[in-house]
Write a protein that binds this ligand. Structure first.
Ligand code: PXL
Length: 432
C-alpha cells in the first residue's frame, strides 16, 4: 500500500511529514511525501517557515501522481492560498480517500497557516475531505463559532460539513472522568467515541491521529472503526512519548509486529460488535495473543488496562503490552502448554444464554468447578491454571471454550480460545 502525506517539514521529526513517515512505516506502508513548507522548530520553540513555490509544489505532485498507485492521501500543513489552490486543482480529480488535518497552530505556538488564507482553506481544502479531523480549537475557527451549550459539537460539525467535507471528526471535544471523547458526524449519523485520557503535553499526537485515520480508511475500514483505530494508535503514541529534546515530549511510535497489529485489529472489531457491552463481565474483558511457544505471561500480548463498559459504550483502556494481562494470559498459557496451536483468548461474561448457544454450536466446550479447588491451589493463587488444567485434562481435541460458574464471591466466566485473534472473534460471533 502507498499513502501520500502532504504537509510541512519539521526538523525535530515530531510532527509533519517526518512524523507521517514514522507512522506509515510502522504499518508497513510506503510513505510518499510532498512538502508544502519547511519549518524550523524544536521541542521548545517555533522558528521560521518557508513555504515552497507553486512551481515546485505542482512538480512534486505531478511526479508522484504520474508514477505511483496512491491508496490514500493525508493533507496537513498548507500554509498559504497559492499552496491551497495548487493542491485543489491537482487533487480534485483523484478518487482516493483524503484525510484533512486542518492544522492551524503548533503546540509550541507557531502559525501553520496564514490567517488571510483560512477562507481559501474553507473553500478549496475542506471539499476534498473524506474525513476532516479538527481539534476543538480548529473546529471553532473553521466554523467561526464557539462551541457552547447552544452551539453543540453537532451544530459546529454540520457547519463544516456544509462546506463540503464528507465526514467530520472533532477530536478532544469533551473531557470528563479521565476520558476524552471525539465527536463524529457522518452523512446520516453522529456519535461520540471515548477513550482514556492521558494528560501530557506532547508534540506529534495530532499528526499521528490523522495518519492512522488515512491508513484505516485506505484499508477499507468504515468511519467508526477508523476513528477507534486512530484513537487507540494516538493513545499509544502519547503513552510512549519520550523527552528527546529539552522541551515537550515527542510522541513515539512502536514498531508494530504482526502479533500487535492482528490483536489491535481484532480488539477494534470486537468493540464494534453490536451490544457487545452485554458480554463484558464485572471484572471487564481482556483479549490476548501470544508469541509462539510462550514461556510465561510476559510472552503474551494483552491490554494493560481492560476492555471496559461505560454505559452502552465499550472503551479500550490502556495499551497493548506484553505481560499486560494476568488472568486471561495465564489461562492461555495453560491451554497453550497442551495445545501449542492455541495462541489467543478472551474472557466474556457468563450468561446461560451464551452457554446454550455454545452447546448448540459445533464448538468444543469444557468447564471446571471452582468449589472443587484444592486449598493449596487457592493459597498459591493459581486458581486459573488449576481450573483450565482440570477442564482440559481429559480432552484429546483442542477446546474452543472453557467456563466456570463461579463460587462464593467469584464471578462466573467464559473464556474463548483460538489460534489467533481473528479466529477467536469468529467464535465469539457464533455464541453471543
Ligand atoms: O501537529 C501539526 C503540525 C503539522 N505539520 C507541521 C508541524 C505541526 C506542528 O508543529 O510543525 C509541519
Amino acid at each position: 500500500m502507498n499513502l501520500l502525506s502532504i504537509g510541512g517539514s519539521d526538523p525535530s521529526s515530531g510532527a509533519g511529514i517526518q512524523s507521517d513517515i514514522k507512522t506509515f512505516s510502522s504499518f508497513n506502508v510506503y510513505c510518499l511525501t510532498i512538502i508544502t513548507a519547511i519549518t524550523s522548530q524544536n521541542t521548545s520553540s517555533f522558528g521560521m517557515i518557508e513555504p515552497v513555490s507553486q512551481k515546485i509544489l505542482k512538480n512534486q505532485l505531478e511526479s508522484v501522481i504520474s508514477d505511483f498507485k496512491i491508496d490514500g492521501i493525508k493533507i496537513a500543513m498548507v500554509y498559504n492560498s497559492q499552496i491551497i489552490k495548487v493542491l485543489y486543482h491537482q487533487l480534485k480529480k483523484l478518487k482516493v480517500p483524503i484525510v484533512i488535518d486542518p492544522v492551524l497552530k503548533s503546540t509550541t505556538g507557531g502559525s501553520l497557516i496564514k490567517s488571510s488564507s483560512i477562507e481559501d482553506f474553507r473553500k478549496f481544502m475542506i471539499p476534498l475531505a473524506t474525513v476532516i479531523t479538527p481539534n476543538k480549537f480548529e473546529a471553532e475557527i473553521l466554523s467561526k463559532t464557539k462551541i457552547n451549550a447552544k452551539n453543540t459539537p453537532k451544530k459546529i460539525a454540520k457547519i463544516i460539513q456544509k462546506m463540503g467535507a464528507k465526514n467530520i471528526v472533532i477530536t478532544g471535544i469533551e473531557t470528563k472522568n479521565n476520558q476524552i471523547s471525539d465527536f463524529v458526524l457522518e452523512k446520516n449519523n453522529n456519535y461520540f467515541i471515548s477513550g482514556e485520557k492521558i494528560s501530557k503535553i506532547n508534540h506529534g499526537s495530532g499528526c499521528n491521529y490523522s495518519a492512522a485515520m488515512i491508513f484505516a480508511l485506505a484499508k477499507n475500514k468504515n468511519i467508526r472503526e477508523s476513528v477507534r483505530f486512530a484513537k487507540q494508535f494516538t493513545y499509544n503514541s502519547i503513552k510512549n512519548s519520550k523527552n528527546l529534546g529539552k522541551g515537550i515530549a515527542i510522541t513515539h511510535i512502536q514498531k508494530h509486529d504482526k502479533i500487535n497489529s492482528e490483536l489491535s485489529d481484532a480488539i477494534g472489531q470486537f468493540a464494534e460488535i453490536k451490544n457487545i457491552c452485554k458480554n463484558i463481565p464485572e471484572c471487564q474483558t481482556n483479549f490476548v495473543y501470544s508469541k509462539q511457544t510462550p514461556k510465561s505471561t510476559k510472552d503474551i500480548l494483552g491490554i494493560s488496562g481492560r476492555i471496559v463498559k461505560a454505559g452502552r459504550q465499550v472503551i479500550v483502556a490502556g495499551n497493548l503490552t506484553y505481560g499486560g494481562s494476568k488472568h486471561v494470559a495465564t489461562a492461555l498459557l495453560t491451554m497453550n502448554k497442551k495445545f501449542p496451536q492455541i495462541r489467543s483468548a478472551i474472557n466474556l461474561k457468563y450468561q446461560n444464554a451464551t452457554i446454550l448457544k455454545i452447546k448448540k454450536s459445533k464448538l468444543l466446550v469444557s468447564s471446571y468447578d471452582r468449589s472443587q479447588e484444592p486449598k493449596n491451589v487457592k493459597l498459591k493463587n493459581s486458581t486459573i491454571e488449576w481450573g483450565i488444567k482440570s477442564a482440559i485434562k481429559n480432552s484429546k481435541k483442542v477446546l474452543d471454550v472453557v467456563y466456570h460458574k463461579g463460587s462464593f464471591g467469584k464471578e462466573p466466566m467464559i473464556i474463548v480460545f483460538g489460534e489467533n485473534p481473528n479466529n477467536v472473534l469468529k467464535k465469539i460471533l457464533k455464541i453471543i
